[in-house]
Design a protein around this ligand. Structure first.
Ligand code: RIB
Ligand code: CA
Length: 313
């Protein structure tokens, strides 16, 4: 079977890096048409740099990297250096990237790709704020009906939020963008904190990645050691939640996950709860279901997949 064509939109971020490594390690299943940097964990200049560092670490200096939105649609930029470090990829020492970003803007790349490829054959994987995809939908609304599936890391319900008591970071940074995306009628799979908080980078799991012994695996271990420290401190857990690789793992082994197709609305007005993903899990409203909200995951199966694939790099 031909590999699934995907576009990855991302704000690296150590956990984004793990997701991209998983994607590049799976060429028989995934054809990465391009990778789009968005401002999120750190400013765009760093997310673009970091994305190219990850491509080169994976032996993919040929990958097409595009630069997107510098800031959210209507709000000041919010970043997460407190989690990811000043550069967004703190934890490992790597050279500055030699590869350049493409001259085309990420939003135009998304539009051009979706209009060129046969309808329903390109999956969008978002690992950061939804600004680029929202801008593409505003500029070319027809792309909504051409997207095979949107698989996104973001949101939360039973787990609450991680940047405010009710909002998860990717949604909180650009709630207006998230609302545009969730209102667009795109077949959507959500990987919320309710799933990612079950995926802790425990010492035993990280030790298996370290045992691979390759440079990519060692760098990933160093990134995870930096990335997890904030959440270990916050939650008092053995390891921190590994968010973004869930998106790619779903494409590779969807059976690892289970959830419910339900309505998800985005709060954009309330100062108290802005960025909250209001998922109607119990079907108490007549609002139309618009996303598959994942809630359960086979954590050991997820880490076995990640570890085995990283060993292929
Ligand atoms: O809330 C977790 C999400 O925000 C992850 O995608 C992480 O990389 C940050 O972007
Ligand atoms: Ca991210």
């Amino acid at each position: 079977m031909a590999p699934r064509k995907i576009i990855i939109d991302t704000d690296p971020g150590q956990d984004d890096a793990a997701a991209i490594m998983l994607a590049f390690a799976s060429p028989e299943e995934l054809d990465v048409l391009g990778l789009c940097a968005v401002a999120g964990n750190v400013p765009l200049s760093f997310t673009s740099r970091n994305l190219r560092i990850v491509c080169e670490l994976c032996g993919r200096p040929d990958a097409k990297v595009y630069e997107g939105a510098l800031k959210p649609l209507n709000r000041p930029q919010v970043t997460a250096e407190h989690v990811h470090g000043r550069t967004g990829l703190d934890g490992a020492e790597l050279p500055e990237p030699a590869m350049s970003a493409q001259p085309t803007h990420a939003v135009d790349f998304i539009i051009e790709t979706l209009m060129r490829e046969p309808a329903g054959t390109v999956t969008i994987c978002t690992l950061g704020p939804l600004t680029n995809l929202a801008l593409a939908l505003q500029k070319a609304p027809d792309i909504a009906g051409r997207i095979q599936e949107l698989v996104m890391m973001g949101g939360g319900l039973f787990e609450g939020g991680n940047i405010t008591p009710t909002a998860e970071f990717n949604i909180y940074v650009d709630p207006e963008a998230a609302k545009i995306v969730f209102d667009a009628g795109i077949p959507t799979v959500m990987m919320p904190l309710d799933v990612t908080h079950q995926l802790l980078t425990t010492k035993a799991r990280v030790a298996k990645i370290a045992a691979i012994g390759t440079r990519p695996a060692q760098v990933l271990v160093e990134w995870l050691a930096f990335f997890e420290r904030f959440d270990i401190e916050k939650y008092g857990s053995d390891g921190g939640p590994l968010h973004d690789p869930t998106v790619i793992a779903y494409l590779l082994k969807p059976e690892l996950f289970s959830g419910r197709h339900c309505n998800v609305e985005i709060e954009t007005q309330s100062e108290l709860t802005v960025g909250m993903t209001v998922a109607d899990w119990w079907g108490v409203t007549d609002r139309k279901p618009n996303a598959t909200f994942m809630r359960n995951v086979d954590a050991d199966g997820f880490f076995e997949l990640l570890t085995e694939r990283v060993s292929r790099l």
